[in-house]
Design a protein around this ligand. Structure first.
Ligand SMILES: NC(=O)c1ccc[n+]([C@@H]2O[C@H](COP(=O)([O-])OP(=O)(O)OC[C@H]3O[C@@H](n4cnc5c(N)ncnc54)[C@H](O)[C@@H]3O)[C@@H](O)[C@H]2O)c1
Length: 284
């Protein structure tokens, strides 16, 4: 931590899926903590099988403005995590511009709905290609630059509660997020000798466009027995709106609190861990 109290001062963070939702919250929070930011997003439709509105170039511009409002530098670019060449080019340009790379938040992801035997090839392939293979491609593009910079670092893989438990109605998503749990733990062992820590976070019900749409309610309406797997969280943050009742959703900023902790030195003993960000709902 520097004299002015910014714990990530002088460090550089790469965030995928940064145009909106949790990715934007992570980019802005890491900037508030002192980091310069490389922000990427597809900024457009991923596939016709994704049943909610896509992020836009304007969304990513808004993230960049919010980072700059904290006095930090930002390199923001439209990049699909399925595009290896574009990912590598962005990493190279970011390192050239900022001189180092310390933090990766592999956050880009998509969700669609359907029972496993009813999914189309496009539904399956899109979710696996983006969530699992896209995260691996991101890791492959970023980790060598972190090793080369020689400063150690922290990799945060954004999995989901669906990466540690079964979720009916999105088995392909759950398979991709379970895959990320395995990827996290293998990478933690491989990157440890370079002082790079690797952890996964497992959020549940975060208020973003991914789940704030009708498609989840449609499948739960058709299959009420699935409701049991999507229980309401046991509490709200004290002082938040309506803190007497159960929480429906968490905010992206609350998840960013955890990402900032994992990115910084306060979590220096934590690697190869699965961090539940779910207000305890998984303990039901
Ligand atoms: N919202 C939740 O309840 C929840 C819970 C657990 C985990 N997650 C995970 O959190 C992450 C962030 O999701 P969110 O809730 O902010 O949803 P979101 O849809 O608001 O944000 C996801 C972002 O990723 C981007 N993206 C999607 N595919 C991409 C690709 N191929 N290349 C580059 N960018 C791409 C989107 O454009 C979007 O900006 C995802 O990995 C998601 O699976 C979400």
């Amino acid at each position: 931590m520097t004299a002015d109290g910014a714990p990530l001062e002088g460090r550089v963070a790469f965030v995928t899926g940064a145009a909106r939702g949790q990715g934007r919250a992570h980019a802005v929070r890491l900037a508030a903590e002192g980091a310069d930011i490389i922000a990427s997003d597809i900024c457009g439709p991923v596939s016709e099988t994704v049943p909610y509105a896509a992020a836009t170039p304007e969304d990513l511009e808004e993230t960049a403005r919010a980072v700059e409002a904290h006095g930090r530098k930002v390199l923001a670019r439209k990049v699909d995590v399925r595009d290896d060449a574009a990912l590598r080019a962005l990493v190279a340009d970011g390192v050239e511009q900022f001189g180092r790379l310390d933090i990766l938040v592999a956050n880009a992801g998509v969700l669609s709905w359907g029972r496993l035997w009813e999914l189309t090839d496009d539904q399956w392939n899109t979710v696996i290609d983006v969530n699992l293979t896209g995260t691996w491609r991101t890791v492959r593009a970023v980790v060598p630059a972190m090793i080369e910079a020689g400063n150690g670092g922290s990799v945060v893989i954004v999995s989901s509660s669906a990466g540690v438990k079964a979720t009916p109605g999105n088995g392909h998503y759950s398979a991709s997020k379970h895959g990320l749990t395995a990827l996290t733990n293998s990478l933690a062992l491989e990157a440890g000798e370079y002082g790079i820590r690797v952890n996964s976070i497992h959020p549940y019900s975060v208020a973003t466009p991914m789940i704030e749409n009708d498609s989840m309610m449609e499948i739960l309406g058709k299959h009420p027995s699935f409701l049991h797997s999507f229980a309401p969280m046991p509490y709200r943050r004290v002082g938040s709106d309506g803190d007497k009742g159960r929480a429906e959703f968490m905010s992206a900023e609350e998840v960013a609190d955890v990402v900032a902790w994992l990115a910084g030195d306060a979590s220096s003993t934590i690697s190869g861990s699965q961090i539940a960000v779910d207000r305890g709902v998984m303990k039901y």
